[in-house]
Design a protein around this ligand. Sequence first.
Ligand code: UDP
Length: 322
Amino acid sequence: MNILVTGGAGYIGSHAVRKLCETGHSVVVLDNLSYGHREAVPNNVPFYHVDLKDTDQIETILRKHHINAVMHFAALISVGESVQKPLLYYRNNTAGAMSLLEAMERVGVRRFVFSSTAATYGEPEETPILETTRQQPINPYGRSKWFVEQILQDIVTADPKFGFVVFRYFNVAGATEDGSIGENHQPETHLIPLVLFAAMGKRNNITVFGTDYPTPDGTCIRDYVHVNDLVTAHVLGIEALSDGDARFYNLGIGHGYSVREILDAAKKVTGKEIPTVFGSRREGDPARLFANSDKAQKELGWNPQHTNIEEIIASAWHWHTH
Ligand code: UDP
């Protein structure tokens, strides 16, 4: 297939580009480089420095490269920032996806893979979270993605030849085995890279956000999935799509780790002390989020390879230190 990857210079997008190339697909990348890194995209992959709002230019790219399918990763991802700047998030994440979908409609591209998030579930009514668990996002970031999920359903209703997959990500971590690409967010807010920065002495310490949650050790529980397993699901998803598909899958490994467990695992992996400060809760953090991903495993044949947290942390450590 000829696949356009938006956000292909970002963390997850750049891993998807590698995986798609390895599996024999022809890839074109579009990224506005607001957070992405040009060097994360292989030199032999056509790259366009274009913003999602530029519908006309996206249309030109779709035509020029005879694109059959789009994987849409480009988005803003910070919950806290979305609370401060909701319009920025709706403009980028919701209107951005609409602009891309409009360009696809003009050209007749009818296959779409969308990066959504566990944040669309908000404070979940049940764990593990199933795809059918009620969605009630509690911040603009989650809503900006949830709106796109609903728009996609309306598009399939209007055009039964359209087909899409929505993947709802849990906590994505790790890096590619050869250490050539990995997580490089600026500013970084995610737990695993920050813990590793503390181990490396790149920051003074790591603050644990809350020790009074109703969990066995009082810290929040999350489901960490390796980035390469995550993008493998995308390849399986895009290859499985047919007319009229409206597929939704959770992507997590189905097992949660607490913040304290992550700290212990990181200490083991790195062999370093991790200076830790126990702080208060961060606003908007649910106590426990972990997935039931049986649906992706059954329907797509997804079989995550990295189910051990130490292995996931070790691959991130290799990326940060090699
Ligand atoms: N966390 C923490 N200290 C940090 C960053 C994160 O204790 O400096 C906690 C956070 O409260 C959450 C978990 O680590 O319970 C994972 O947070 P992250 O920001 O990595 O991902 P999120 O679950 O928010 O998508």
